[in-house]
Design a protein around this ligand. Sequence first.
Ligand code: URP
Ligand code: ZN
Ligand code: ZN
Length: 468
Amino acid sequence: MSTVAITGGTVLSPSGAVAADVLVDGERIAALASPGSDAARSWAAAADRALDAAGQYVLPGGIDVHTHMEMPFGGTSSADTFETGTRAAAWGGTTTIIDFAVQSRGTSLLATLDKWHAKADGNCAVDYGFHMIISDVNDGTLKEMETCIGAGVNSFKMFMAYPGVFYATDGEILRAMQRAAETGAMIMMHAENGIAIDELVAQALAEGRTGPVQHGLTRPPELEAEATQRAITLARVTGAPLYIVHLSAAQALDAVTAARDTGQNVFAETCPQYLYLSLEDLARPGFEGAKYVASPPLRPREHQGSLWRGLRTGDLSVVSTDHCPFCFSGQKELGRGDFSKIPNGMPGVEHRMDLLHQGVAAGELTLARWVEVACTTPARMFGLYPRKGIIAPGSDADIVIYDPRASQTLSARTHHMNVDYSAYEGMPISGQVRTVLSRGQVVIDGGEYHGRTGHGRFLRRELSSYLS
Ligand code: URP
Ligand code: ZN
Ligand code: ZN
């Protein structure tokens, strides 16, 4: 077991910033000490490796609770494998992902979980967990939820969108929520009114409106807000905790805020694409807008201010990426001439920490809130805290050394995700990851990858800290 001393840095947590040296012993954080103290000096002298973090932030490894590696969708599969996607995550300072096992109709939850374990096992560069997507609600599935919980998969995503694929009726959602209320599981909701959206999509295509911008125009914010409110109502009736995924619209956030103000256990995440990109990107000339097709769609720019505010007030608890990359060439192109055939999803797992630090640089978030929405709350929300999400004795040594004074430009030429475009091509960023440790192993340092495929372990998660 080797020891690492990280000296001279500023350690960040949701309670602020402190000057502290960090001692890592094997896979865990052993201690923190005041810089220059006797303890700090003796560790630095005795450690197998010393990392000088002077002028740098030292923060917990990022936790991205919403990714889709090698996910089957729209007749194709997302372009990052667990291997390439977790490696890209490490490059960007994310040391834990929670991905989604996807139940297809007629398949059991347990067979689904086995299938996703087989995809990820031995292939991940950083630690990972699973949520379960329920597409087929029946007596068997509802019983299996409990077995999944025992196996460390205690959050279940359901869809009010995509009729005929993932869509669940209100009755099915109600039944799953009743099981969640009984077991302490979290229901995660893709809240868009898919039935109404499908009508708007059919009308657009019939009228010859076939380009990528129609994806945004046929999924208006009101249909996200309506579904969000309906999910909240069903959760209130059943007593289930509810986590709204990839919230994009100001009106949907209003519904979440109102529910939280009554004390209901309703939580929500947003994603960097909704904070930085907009409907204007979907409307780029030619077929370029296809790069920005994800659901819910990018919104008019006015929504962004509400989302940043929601992150500051706490009504938005988490920022995840919804990383679901499809190459422009050969994958997004499936929807040339029919926007409804463009596979839904965007790349982002590598850039979440940087894009949020850019929010700090722009005065939208404090340093403490950066760490809270990207590391600590995700860990608490999904049963990983205090093992992950904090720099404290006993926690896993998932640590990022971040240089706030560096500058970089995001580009497909330099990113590590297995996708042929960047949604943020040419965007300047203040700050850059310098060193990343995953359970005590240096996996990124000085612009080089030192990680190992298979280092990442499956995380059997506890129930959410917010519910106990
Ligand atoms: O467009 C998206 N978001 N693709 C991934 C699947 C989902 O709904 O999260
Ligand atoms: Zn979704
Ligand atoms: Zn998703």
